[in-house]
Design a protein around this ligand. Structure first.
Ligand code: FAD
Length: 527
C-alpha cells in the first residue's frame, strides 16, 4: 500500500507505455467512466495502479451518452427502488461534492399538448413528484435541483417558443442533472487519479488478462510487454467479453442527433417530446452550452461483431426527426441534422438464455482466473460501481487497502458553485475545468509563448473551442493526435463540418506542445 493520500504530483496522462511500471497492485483495463473511476478509487485507497485504454480516454460508450446525471426516475417507474435511490444519491454527490464544475441543473419541460391525455398528464405529474421525493431522500438540496411545478401555456411558450401552440394546455417543469460533457468527466476523473499517483496510459491495448497479469501492446510503438498485478479489473464496457470468455454481452444501440439551436429557435429548456401513440415514452431534446441541441434516443438490438465506433442508422434518424417534428411548430428535415452519434448498451447473456439489461444495475463478475469484470450501470453511478469493483478486487486478492474515500473526494477543478461563479477566468474554461481554468491558460502560455488573445480565440463564431484547451489536452490530458483532441478532449467532432474547420488549430496545438503527430507503430515524436 502506497503512503500517498493527497494529490502531490503534477497530473499528466501519457500516451503509450514508455516507463510504465512492470508490477503494480491493480491493473485497470479500459478508461471509460468506469475504468477511470476504478483507477481513482483504488489509488486513493493507497494501492499502486496502472490504468490503460486501447485507444484513448472515453473512446467507448462514455462519450456517446445523453450527458445527463440521472435521478433514477425511470427506475422508480419500474419499481426498482434500490436502483433509483442509488442513482439519486450518486447524482447528488456529483452535483454537490465531486464535480459541481462539470454539472448543472437542467430544466426539463413536458408540454401538455393535444397528444397527451389528461390521465397521461396526471401520471407524468405523479412521477415527477415521486422524483422529487427521491431527491429529498438522497439529501440533495432544493437549491441544487428545484422542485417540479405546473406551468401555464404562456410560460411554456416563453421557455420553448418553437413548440406547437395549438392545443397546448400548459406544461410540467422539473429538474435533473446535466453534464458539461461526458468525455470531459472521464478525462477529469482520470487526471484526478494521476494526481494521486495512478499511472494512466492511453493507446495501450490489453491483449490478454488473468487475475494476476496482463499482456499489453503499446499502440504507438507496437512493443508487447507483461505487467504483473495482485488484481486485474476489466472495465472494457461492451468489449468486456473479448478479454473474459465467461462474459457474453449483446449490445443495443442508442442514437442521438445533433442540431443547431437555430433549428429550434429560442429553446432555453430541455423538452420531453411525447412519442405519438405511446404512453409515457419520450424523445429528449437537450440544448447544450456550445449552441447545439442533442435529440435522443433509440434502442435497437445490434447483431455481430461490436464496432469500435457504432453508426446511427437512417431509420433511427428519421424516427427521431418525426417525433420532434410532431411536438414543434416547424417540421424538422434531414438537412437540420448536422451530426449524429450512437452508443451501445450492454445486455448480459445469462446461462438460461435470457438477457439482463445492465443499463439499469451494474454487475461485478469474477472469472475463473480471477479477473474482476465491472460492466453496465450509468455515468451517474460510476463512483459506486468503482467502489464495488475495488471492494471485490481487494477481497479476492488479499490486498491491504484503506476504506473507499471517493464519496467526499472532489475531482480536480471542483469547488462550491459560489466559488466557481466568482472565478475571473473565461466562462467556457470555468465550465470545463473549474478552478483549473487558470492552469489551462498559464500552461498554454508557457508552452506556446502566445498572447491570451490568440490562446482564447474561438475556432469560429459558432465553434467555441480554443487553442488553450487544445494545448492543455496534449500537455496534461494524454491527447496524442487530432482525433483525441477534437473527438474526446473537446467535442467539436460531433459536427463533422465544424470538425473540419478545427483540424488546423488541433494540429497547431500538437505542434506547439511538441507532439506533431503519430503513425501506427513508429512515427510518434515527443521532441
Ligand atoms: C446511448 C446511451 C446513452 C446514455 N446516456 C446516459 C446518460 O445520459 N447518463 C448516464 O448516467 N448514463 C448514460 N448511459 C450509460 C453510460 O454511458 C454507460 O454506462 C457508461 O458510459 C459505460 O462506461 P464504461 O466505462 O463501462 O464503458 P466504455 O465507456 O465503453 O469504456 C470501455 C473502454 O475500454 C476500452 N477497451 C476495450 N477493449 C480494451 C482492451 N482490450 N484494452 C484496453 N482498453 C480496452 C475502450 O477503448 C473503451 O474506452 C448511456 C448509454 C448509452 C448507450
Amino acid at each position: 500500500m502506497s503512503p500517498v493520500t493527497t494529490p502531490v504530483i503534477t497530473p499528466v496522462i501519457t500516451p503509450g507505455l514508455a516507463d510504465a511500471p512492470a508490477e503494480v497492485d491493480l491493473v485497470v483495463i479500459g478508461l471509460g467512466v468506469t475504468g477511470a473511476g476504478v483507477a481513482l478509487d483504488a489509488v486513493t485507497r493507497g494501492l499502486t495502479v496502472l490504468a490503460v485504454d486501447a485507444h484513448d480516454l472515453a473512446f467507448g460508450t462514455s462519450r456517446w451518452s445523453s450527458k445527463l446525471v440521472h435521478g433514477g426516475l425511470r427506475y422508480l417507474a419500474n419499481g426498482q427502488i434500490g436502483v433509483a435511490h442509488e442513482s439519486a444519491v450518486e447524482r447528488g454527490i456529483l452535483m454537490e461534492v465531486t464535480a459541481p464544475h462539470l454539472t448543472r441543473a437542467m430544466p426539463m419541460l413536458v408540454p401538455l399538448g393535444s397528444s397527451m391525455t389528461r390521465s397521461q398528464a396526471a401520471l407524468t405529474r405523479a412521477g415527477l413528484i415521486a422524483g422529487n421525493v427521491l431527491r429529498r431522500a438522497a439529501r440533495t438540496d432544493a437549491e441544487t435541483l428545484p422542485s417540479p411545478r405546473r406551468l401555464s401555456a404562456t410560460e411554456v411558450l416563453a421557455m420553448a417558443p418553437a413548440l406547437r401552440s395549438a392545443g397546448l394546455r400548459g406544461g410540467l417543469l422539473s429538474w435533473d442533472g446535466q453534464l458539461e460533457d461526458d468525455a470531459r468527466l472521464v478525462t477529469t476523473i482520470a487526471r484526478t487519479a494521476t494526481s494521486y499517483g495512478a499511472h494512466v496510459r492511453t493507446h495501450a491495448r490489453v491483449l490478454s488478462a488473468t487475475g494476476t497479469s496482463v499482456e499489453l501492446r503499446d499502440e504507438l510503438t507496437g512493443t508487447v510487454s507483461t505487467v504483473r498485478a495482485k488484481a486485474v479489473v476489466n472495465a472494457t464496457g461492451v468489449w468486456a467479453g473479448d478479454l473474459v470468455e465467461e462474459v457474453t454481452l449483446r449490445p443495443s444501440r442508442g442514437t442521438h442527433l445533433v442540431l443547431r439551436q437555430e433549428s429550434l429557435p429560442g429553446l432555453t429548456v430541455s423538452v420531453f417530446a411525447p412519442i405519438p401513440g405511446e404512453s409515457n415514452r419520450f424523445v429528449l431534446v437537450l440544448p447544450q452550452a456550445d449552441g447545439t441541441v442533442y435529440v435522443g434516443l433509440t434502442d435497437v438490438p445490434v447483431e455481430g461483431e461490436i464496432p469500435d465506433v457504432p453508426e446511427p442508422s437512417e431509420p433511427e434518424i428519421g424516427f427521431l426527426l418525426d417525433v420532434v417534428s410532431a411536438a414543434f411548430s416547424r417540421p424538422l428535415h434531414r438537412s437540420d441534422v448536422v451530426g449524429a452519434y450512437a452508443g451501445l448498451r450492454p445486455l448480459l447473456d445469462s446461462a438460461d438464455g435470457s438477457t439482463a439489461d445492465l443499463s439499469r444495475k451494474h454487475a461485478v463478475l469474477t472469472s475463473s482466473t480471477g479477473v474482476i469484470t465491472i460492466v453496465g450501470g450509468k455515468l451517474t453511478t460510476y463512483r459506486q460501481m468503482a467502489q464495488d469493483a475495488v471492494d471485490a478486487a481487494v477481497a479476492g486478492s488479499g490486498l491491504v487497502a484503506r476504506a473507499c474515500r471517493t464519496r467526499t473526494l472532489p475531482l480536480l477543478g471542483a469547488a462550491p458553485r459560489p466559488v466557481l461563479a466568482s472565478l475571473e477566468a473565461p466562462p467556457r474554461l470555468v465550465r470545463r475545468y473549474g478552478t483549473d481554468a487558470d492552469l489551462v491558460l498559464t500552461s498554454a502560455r508557457e508552452v506556446s509563448g502566445l498572447s491570451d488573445d490568440e490562446l482564447l480565440a474561438p475556432v469560429s463564431e459558432r465553434i467555441p473551442v480554443t487553442l488553450a484547451e487544445l494545448i492543455f489536452g496534449v500537455t496534461h490530458e494524454g491527447a496524442a493526435d487530432v482525433a483525441d483532441l477534437l473527438d474526446r478532449r473537446t467535442r467539436v467532432g460531433l459536427v463533422p463540418e465544424d470538425r473540419a474547420l478545427a483540424v488546423p488549430l488541433a494540429e497547431r496545438a500538437l505542434s506547439l506542445a511538441g507532439r506533431p503527430g503519430r503513425g501506427k507503430y513508429g512515427t510518434f515524436s515527443t521532441s
